[in-house]
Design a protein around this ligand. Sequence first.
Ligand code: NAP
Ligand code: ZN
Ligand code: ZN
Length: 351
Amino acid sequence: MTNTKAFGNAAADAPLKQININRRNPTPHDVEIDILYCGVCHSDLHTARGEWGPTAYPCVPGHEIVGKVTRVGDHVKKFKVGDTVGVGCIVDSCRECQYCQSDLEQFCEKGMTGTYGSPDKHMQGLPTYGGYSERIVVDENYVLRIPENLDIAAAAPLLCAGITTYSPLRHWKVGPGQKVGVVGIGGLGHMAIKIAKAMGAYVVAFTTSDSKFTEAKRLGADDVILSKDETQMQKYAGQLHFMIDAVSAQHDINAYLGQLRVDGSLALVGAPSEPLPVAAFKLIMARRSFAGSLIGGILETQEMLDFCGKHEILPDIEMINIQQINEAYDRLMKGDVKYRFVIDMASLKKS
Ligand code: NAP
Ligand code: ZN
Ligand code: ZN
């Protein structure tokens, strides 16, 4: 076991602070990774603050991990010491069920092992601990390769924000000739704009924030709608082929369903803790679909990383030290991040 510095909290209402955790020694199939950067996902905040139901404490969040391989087990084939690698939201799954067999580990019938907060098979059921830590040990089959041309700090958020938006855009076959809406321009939403644009769609951003209204086109949007302005909300009503909703809080989903054309689909990726009431007539009058999507499988995550490498797509990041994490969470609650916080993990190692 390796004693490892981490940042976590002990209760929903407790701030995150420095703690110590144990990492297992690499088994023959494991890769040990020295964590250099970790993105800050709104799911980290939902989980640390117990907003989705009971959280296993201590909670060490972080599932947008980039680092260097420091040790490999005897049977590891895909990675060697010194490689730049990534770890996203999944660190294990049963590998046998119909979904694991079809590269959809996120829907594993036995339940995937999340990077944080899942029972850890190697540690007598203690929770898994995520990327707000010095190092992590992960089975090589759940480790990703980072394309060499991408900046490794900025690449970190691809491991969740990137795949969570890439996967539905692929599943609903977004491409040229389609108008795509993106609701909520935070970490996920700004990646959805960039990726949908690279896939050839006409992209319309919907935001509640005046400052993002003026910036969305710089991110790649063809048009932007300030969603609190009723007149602007009429501009694309009934016209969009597909939408991604990445809003982290309660909001009126019906205003966005109304943007879809006949047979259009809205995929919810945002995960507010309370139900979102859907008006029946918003769906039935235009045969619209209201759907959801969860991260993406390991194979698709690698495909997304390679796609972002090829198209040179990277998130816009604000680098922070780990000691600023509680303040960063408060800013996330206000939608005040452009567009993803990334923790420089040197700040934890130095402390
Ligand atoms: P984020 O960076 O905080 O962005 C959320 C955005 O939602 C904000 O920037 C804001 O956009 C909008 N928003 C926030 N509060 C709002 C309110 N009260 N009313 C209307 N709009 C509001 O969060 P994120 O990391 O992108 O994550 C977004 C959501 O996706 C979270 O719930 C997260 O847990 C979830 N998530 C789901 C998956 C999945 O697999 N499905 C994966 C990762 C994350 P504007 O300023 O543009 O309005
Ligand atoms: Zn996430
Ligand atoms: Zn499975």
